[in-house]
Design a protein around this ligand. Structure first.
Ligand code: SAM
Ligand code: SF4
Length: 468
């Protein structure tokens, strides 16, 4: 029944295979010999399968943390990519029991931005320094049809305010048809992101009692349709807290294996959101919440299992937790986020809350950039891979050969310089001085280093958008 190459949800995420994996992991959690063998394979930095990774997850092998850090360093260096979510509309016809946008919530303020409002919102985001967005919208064929999403993407890309530009729009909207994925691809989206919420079919159906999202197979097979529609960068994720984390962990890796087996390219990113308090949502009513220690273990073992897949952490997590997760494998974080509709341009009045969940990191983008540099990370606003067609299989090849550094590292330096020149506070500029010098020195190819140095001067003179 289990078949990674099948296009049927219940075959590539076989319930029985997940249960067998959990049992296998529990039986072997103290099996030193097997754990040593798995760690030997892990140290080759070419990944692990869902069974091997599940054993590590429940074992008390502490080496996973140092290995995760090492892999992170090898594949991503000290770069951290920054983005912001942009909520277009919170109208939704689904009944997701964990989300305040669910159709039966009558007290949340419903909002849908007009193109004019989107323009204001994007200008506010550009003025913060953002270059990369994740579009978010509820599912509602009347209020948020695909035409609305496409028009909004077009508006976002067209706005050039001062030196600002949104150069990559990732899209997180409900599962849709191949036809619509084609349209999103043609509109020039970056990654198509869709969280599975839970891979357990029975729980999934209970947690999504009404609306089109109730259909487990349609939702789980969405990435297959996205690939058929020509989108080769897809982002997967689960909402931790809904189901047993071991189930989700094994299943999300099986999903990654399925995409790799069938399309030759695994997911571009994995997101690891945890359920949060929201308008009519109390996270303590969900029985499967995970503590910080378990969460860190999950992130570390994902990093080891799929070294070349980016990992995303949002402002659902607080500063301290984000700091630990950055070390263990996270490569992208949001900064200065708002989860309300129109929240960047016009901060909400208390009684008009349209936000999706409570944010646990309320710092400005500038504070996050400064903090990252103080921790010796290189904040990156790079979107070049997308512009230079380094997507899908081509991107993965470069990642697997660890060649992606040659592009990402100089691009991170140049986009950070743009940020510093156009948007940073004096404090952040000061913090950046030593870091930039150190990062330039790290470029081993002398010719490339000279080009970067020249481009940094050109950025100071007002030129923008240099990339390798
Ligand atoms: N409506 C689209 C969908 O459901 O795929 C996409 C946008 S939805 C705004 C983005 C994600 O937010 C959901 O997939 C869900 O995992 C997450 N989410 C919903 N309620 C949440 C909560 N209370 N705490 C944390 N994350 C939540
Ligand atoms: Fe709607 Fe998405 Fe929220 Fe579900 S998670 S209620 S589909 S916005």
């Amino acid at each position: 029944m289990y078949n990674p190459k099948s296009t049927k949800a219940e075959e590539f995420i076989s319930h029985q295979e997940v249960l067998d994996t959990i049992e296998y992991a529990q039986q072997n959690k103290n099996n030193k010999e097997l754990i040593n063998k798995i760690m030997e394979k892990a140290r080759l930095k070419k990944g692990l399968n869902h069974r091997e990774a599940s054993v590590l997850l429940v074992s008390d092998c502490n080496e996973i943390f140092s290995l995760a850090k090492e892999i992170k360093e090898d594949f991503y260096g000290n770069r951290i990519v920054l983005f912001a979510p942009l909520y277009l509309s919170n109208y939704c016809i689904n009944g997701c029991t964990y989300c305040p946008f669910h159709a039966k919530n009558t007290h949340i303020t419903r909002k849908k931005m007009t193109q004019e409002e989107i323009k204001n919102e994007v200008i506010a985001l550009q003025d913060m320094g953002h270059k990369r967005l994740a579009l978010e919208a509820g599912e509602d064929p009347v209020n948020n049809p695909i035409e609305y999403i496409l028009e909004s993407i077009n508006t976002i890309y067209s706005i050039k305010h001062k030196n600002g530009a949104i150069r990559r729009v990732n899209v997180n909207i409900a599962a849709t048809t191949v036809e619509n994925y084609k349209k999103l691809h043609e509109a020039g989206i970056g990654t198509y992101i869709l969280f599975q919420e839970t891979y357990n079919k029975e729980s999934y159906e209970k947690l999504h009692p009404t609306g089109p999202k109730h259909n487990y197979a349609y939702h789980t097979e969405a990435m297959d349709r996205a690939m058929q529609g020509g989108i080769d960068d897809v982002g997967i994720g689960v909402l931790f807290g809904l189901e047993n984390y071991m189930y989700e962990f094994a299943a999300i890796l099986m999903h990654a294996e399925h995409l790799e087996a069938l399309y030759g390219v695994g997911p571009h990113t994995i997101s690891v959101p945890r359920i949060r308090k929201a308008d009519d949502i109390d996270p303590t009513t969900f029985a499967n919440g995970i503590d910080d220690e378990t969460f860190k273990k999950i992130v570390a073992v994902i990093r080891i299992a799929v070294p070349y897949t980016g990992m995303i952490i949002s402002t659902r997590e607080n500063k301290e937790c984000r700091k630990d997760l950055l070390e263990l494998g996270v490569s992208q974080i949001s900064g200065g986020s708002k989860t309300s509709v129109g929240g960047y341009y016009e901060p909400e009045k208390e009684d008009e809350d349209s936000s999706q969940f409570e944010i646990n990191d309320n710092r400005t983008l500038d504070e996050v950039v400064n903090w990252l540099m103080e921790l010796n990370y290189l904040p990156s606003f790079c979107t070049a891979c997308y512009g230079n067609n380094r997507t899908g299989e081509r991107f993965m090849e470069l990642c697997k050969d660890q060649q992606i550094h040659n592009f990402c590292h100089p691009n991170a330096i140049m986009t950070l310089k743009e940020y510093l020149t156009d948007y940073a506070s004096d404090k952040t500029k000061e913090t950046s001085k030593n870091l930039l010098l150190k990062e330039i020195e790290k470029i081993t190819d002398e010719k490339r280093k000279q080009i970067v140095i020249q481009n940094l001067e050109k950025i100071e003179q007002g030129l923008r958008d240099f990339k390798f």
